[in-house]
Design a protein around this ligand. Structure first.
Ligand code: R5P
Length: 279
C-alpha cells in the first residue's frame, strides 16, 4: 500500500492530510488508516524543504502507522541533516544520527533515499538504528549529460573525494576540496578554501557531478578549475539541487548547463526520481 504526502504531489496523488491547529501545532491524518493495519506500507514523503516541520510530520505519520501494526518504509528522496554525521568543533550535535534514530524509533522499518551524503555508496546499510537503502542517481544524470553533449570524450569529474563513488564506475576522477573555518555570524557555514585537481581537460567536454549543490560554492570553484584547463563544454549535475544564494544563476553564467533530479523541486530538475523510487 502506498501513502503519499501532500509534499509529493508533483510526483504522485496525495492521500494524506496535513493541517495546522490555530496555535501552529501540526495535524496529520491518514484517511485509510484501517487499510494499513498489519500491511507493508510505503510512505512517500519529502523531508526537505521545510525540514524541521517535515521531519515532525514524518514522525507523527510513522507512529500512527506503527500503532496499527503497519510495517512502514519511508521513501524520502533527500535526507536532510545528512552532512552532520561528524562533528567539527567540540559540543556540536551528531544530527544525522539523531534524525535516523528518531525515524527508526517512530516506526520506520526502512528508509529509501537517494545519494545519502554520509553513506557515499549505493546499497543497504544500518545507521543510527535505521535500515537505509541508498540508491544513486549517477547513471541517470550521466545519461542525461550524454543526451546533451553526445557520447564522445566526456570527462566525468566529481568536485570532491566524498562524491568519488558517483564517478569511479564511469572512469571518472575526483578533485580535492579543502574546507576552512565557520564564517562569522549566525549561519553555520564553513568556507571552501580550495577545490583542486589537475586533469587534462583541454578541448574536452566535461561533466562535473556531485551529490548536491547547496550554496554552489563547491561547484562554482570546480567549474573555474576545468575552465582554467581549457575544457570545451562544462555541464554541472547533482542529485539534489538546493540552489541557495542565487547559485543557479551564477552556475548558469559560468557553465554550459546545470541539471539535477527532482528530489528537491527546482528549476533545473530534469531527471525524474520516480525512475529510481518505483517500488
Ligand atoms: C559536500 O561535501 C557535498 O558533497 C557537496 O559538495 C556540498 O555540500 C555542496 O555544498 P555547496 O554547494 O554549498 O558548496
Amino acid at each position: 500500500m502506498n501513502l503519499v504526502s501532500p509534499n509529493f504531489s508533483d510526483l504522485m496523488e496525495p492521500n494524506i492530510e496535513f493541517k495546522n491547529f490555530p496555535d501552529g501545532d501540526s495535524y496529520v491524518r491518514i484517511e485509510n488508516l484501517s487499510g494499513c493495519q498489519g500491511e507493508e506500507v510505503n510512505l512517500f514523503h519529502r523531508l526537505y524543504p521545510d525540514q524541521n516541520n517535515n521531519i515532525f510530520h514524518a514522525i507523527l505519520l510513522l507512529d500512527t502507522l506503527k500503532r496499527v501494526g503497519a510495517r512502514t518504509t519511508l521513501v524520502t528522496p533527500y535526507l536532510p541533516y545528512s552532512r552532520q554525521d561528524k562533528t567539527f568543533k567540540e559540543g556540536e550535535s551528531l544530527s544525522a544520527q539523531v534524525l535516523c534514530s528518531m525515524l527508526a524509533h517512530a516506526g520506520a522499518q526502512m528508509l529509501i533515499t537517494l545519494d545519502c551524503h554520509f553513506l557515499k555508496k549505493e546499497g543497504e546499510f544500518e545507521y543510527g538504528g535505521l535500515k537505509i537503502k541508498n540508491i544513486s542517481a549517477n547513471k541517470l544524470l550521466i545519461e542525461h549529460a550524454k543526451k546533451i553533449l553526445g557520447e564522445d570524450e566526456l570527462e566525468i569529474i566529481s568536485p570532491d573525494q566524498g562524491a568519488n563513488y558517483l564517478v569511479t564506475e564511469f572512469g571518472g576522477k575526483s578533485m580535492t576540496k579543502v574546507r576552512g573555518e565557520y564564517q562569522k555570524g549566525d549561519e553555520a557555514y564553513r568556507t571552501i578554501d580550495k577545490v583542486e585537481g589537475n586533469f587534462d581537460v583541454e578541448g574536452k567536454n566535461v561533466l562535473i557531478i556531485d551529490d548536491m549543490i547547496s550554496t554552489g560554492g563547491t561547484m562554482i570553484r570546480a567549474v573555474g578549475n576545468v575552465r582554467n584547463g581549457k575544457a570545451k563544454k562544462v555541464l554541472c549535475a547533482a542529485t539534489h539541487g538546493f540552489f541557495l544564494k542565487g547559485s543557479l544563476e551564477k552556475l548558469l553564467d559560468v557553465s554550459d548547463g546545470v541539471f539535477t533530479t527532482n528530489s528537491i523541486p527546482n528549476e533545473a530538475a530534469k531527471v525524474d526520481v520516480m525512475q529510481l523510487l518505483k517500488l
